[in-house]
Design a protein around this ligand. Structure first.
Ligand code: ADP
Ligand code: ADP
Length: 229
């Protein structure tokens, strides 16, 4: 599963001010779509609508062909993982933070993480030795480390649909590229939406959608978009 479609989606937070003005795209299961565009274009709104923080005011959003309004909220949300730009971590260990919401957080999280090769690869790419730090309290983590922890926590939930909402945008470009390429090496392909300001920060996407003022300005592969410029 994990096929996601927007069909002429319209939405406004206020009735007299449309934010999304008929947005359409389709992502096949395991596909990666990057949504890029200037601040205020409506990129994060797309993420909020998929999670049903708000309902569309026109058109529809489907997962595996089913209108998301027909899916029970708990079921819908268990299928979606969102990693935001600024993660607030608990003032506790990395293990606790990754395993939050699970029993025996620290140890179980570590074991589960170790079992899932994808997640293990990801967290062991933490600089300065994740394994040594995982049970330590009062850690001072860098922005990049925090985002790795946040992504690992979301991957552990194993959602068929992953949304990275400017998850690496606040980091310096080297750290951003590092995290993205680590994510790309993860063998498990899940349906992914990568939200970013700049096309240049997109390391790996099958298709790119350029959103401007709530409308799809362009949509295509990286090569197709470059050819048009
Ligand atoms: P093919 O090379 O078989 O014609 P495509 O070029 O359509 O396949 O797709 C290549 C990859 O891009 C596949 O992994 C597919 O899942 C993914 N993909 C296709 N369309 C989209 C889309 N709209 N958004 C994200 N990923 C897509
Ligand atoms: P982007 O992610 O592309 O920067 P957003 O989706 O966050 O854009 O916001 C799109 C537009 O919606 C902006 O004009 C923003 O001010 C407005 N907006 C966002 N959230 C709300 C809200 N809760 N209430 C009213 N307007 C909002």
């Amino acid at each position: 599963g994990g096929a996601l479609s927007f069909e002429n989606v319209q939405f406004g937070y206020e009735s007299n001010r449309p934010i999304l003005k008929g947005v359409s795209f389709e992502i096949p299961p395991g596909g990666r779509l990057a949504v890029v565009g200037p601040s205020g274009a409506g990129k994060s709104t797309i993420a909020r609508l998929i999670y049903r923080f708000y309902d569309v005011t026109g058109g529809r959003i489907t997962i595996d062909g089913q209108d998301i309004r027909q899916i029970a909220q708990s079921s819908l949300r268990s299928q979606i993982g969102i990693v935001p730009q600024d993660t607030v971590l608990f003032n506790d260990t990395i293990g606790y933070n990754i395993g939050y919401g699970r029993e025996g957080a620290d140890q179980i999280a570590i074991e589960e993480a170790a079992r899932g090769a994808a997640i293990h690869n990801f967290i062991t790419s933490l600089p300065e030795g994740y394994d040594a730090k995982v049970g330590e309290r009062g850690l001072k983590l860098s922005g990049g480390e925090k985002q790795r922890v946040a992504i690992a926590r979301t991957l552990l939930k194993n959602p068929p649909i992953l949304i990275l909402d400017e998850a690496t945008s606040a980091l310096d470009s080297r750290t951003e590229a590092e995290i993205q390429s680590t994510l790309d090496r993860i063998s498990v392909r899940r349906t992914t939406i990568i939200i970013a300001h700049r096309l240049s920060t997109i390391v790996d996407a099958d298709r790119i959608l350029v959103l401007e003022a709530g409308q799809v300005a362009e949509q295509g592969t990286h090569a197709e978009l470059l050819a048009k410029d």
